[in-house]
Design a protein around this ligand. Sequence first.
Ligand code: KG4
Ligand code: ZN
Length: 348
Amino acid sequence: MNESLLNLKETDTVNILAVESSCDDTSAAVIQNGKILSNIVASQSVHEKYGGVVPELASRAHQQHIVPVVHQALSNANITKSMLNGVAFTRGPGLLGSLLVGASFIKSMAYALDIPLLAVDHMQAHILAHFIDAPKPSFPFICLTVSGGHTQIVQVNSFLDMEILGETQDDAVGEAFDKCAKLMGLPYPGGPYIDRLAQEGDPDKFTFPMTNMPDLQYSFSGIKTAFLNFLKKHENKNADFIENNKADIAASIQKTLIAMLMEKLESAATQTGICEIAIAGGVSANQGLRAKLDELSKEKGWTIYLPKLEYCTDNAAMIAITAHYLLLAGNEASLRIDPDARLHFMRY
Ligand code: KG4
Ligand code: ZN
């Protein structure tokens, strides 16, 4: 264990400031002895008109947001810089320019305050968001992590011991939601719009082919093409097809994407014999997915864990809870550490 951490006694109050800046949300949170005291998120609306995140604009907006967001998180938590026992940042995966803003800021704080630096894996943090509030899963559990950049089935053995059982070989499911929404003329990010429309639509009105993949692997690039061809075919006959069938199209494509996710999740549960099942990441906010899991939990005898909506999409509270466990385990990072845009599960 690192010397600076050895000085901490179990009874000490431990305050950590965490920053998340992997994509287009600048977020800062303060955690005290594993309890979140504040969680501030500044979203970037600048990308909406481009229909996707523009990396250059994202890093610039992080630069503008990071000082006020950190200031607000400390002030809401009633914590001053001198009361901090550690600072944490998202090491990756994500956009390099965005990650660099959070990494440089937090490394400077660790250096100036001479306190431990904690480097967090964004995908592992999405999973550990389940330990912010009760009910908390017990180990081992399976987590389906579904976001704009990732789709993974993970076996979680302990806070810092996780194994990827299967993942997408191309697009992430969030990307599929967003691309289908864009083809329907919906704003970016389109996942929440499809979700809302789907609640009013008939999920059995249209059918789409599900891509077959071996083992616990996923692929979502084929469905996007099938969806494009489906829209083109109908629009050729009727120019108002999308407008007149919006809710049914949304409900039908959402049903297919969820069915693809559930097929592999069910296989993972059967193969491992694990019945504690969690979901995490931006797409875990999807109402259809949450309802389907609820249905499956009754049918299969699973105990399911659905994150609070505020902890589904990117936030620094999940970075803070991960940093809390890293600090407890003595996993301090070196000031020489770099962000890693392609980080693929941190090993400890
Ligand atoms: O985890 P996240 O905030 O950022 C990444 O790490 O990617 O996930 C963002 C993704 C986007 O693709 C967004 O459309 C999707 O999560 N998303 C949803 C919903 N809310 C967010 N997808 C479907 N239904 C939702 N309600
Ligand atoms: Zn994320």
